[in-house]
Design a protein around this ligand. Sequence first.
Ligand code: SF4
Length: 166
Amino acid sequence: MKNTDYEKLYGRIFKILGELTPLRADCGQLCGGACCKGDAALGMRLFPHEETALSVIVSENGGRLAVCDGTCDRTQRPLSCRIFPFFPTVDEKGRVYIEPDHRAGRLYPLIPHSDEIAFDPRFFRALKKVGKLLSADPECREFLRQTTEEIDLYRALLPENTDNAE
Ligand code: SF4
């Protein structure tokens, strides 16, 4: 796809998500804005060509990252920030699932309690739609696939999955 097509794709994606967040309440009040405490080395990873639709500072630090000082124009925040701490994972057939992003486990205090929290179902429906749109593009699908592998790796390292390991 051309850059202008990606710009349209992410424009559509941001519209689908709108102001939806995982919780109906302001989750930042619960965790003190844990997701916004990164630095130039710990930026939020950009999806393929996402920068075509945003005005963000991009750093090349083991991947393309959007960096910020912990504040932003919400209309310009990257997709990773909008969907944190969930991710549209894919299987080998490109089918999309919405799962906790275990890479955020230590950072995001709600992940270990995700079974007990009343999340907003509208957010998950919207994110599933977003995942399907991304999965329809080969480059984005490959990004979803690689990230799914990474998340699976982090999940395998969770204490409950390693306690009984030899
Ligand atoms: S871009 Fe905005 S939402 Fe994302 S980490 Fe920075 S301050 Fe937080």
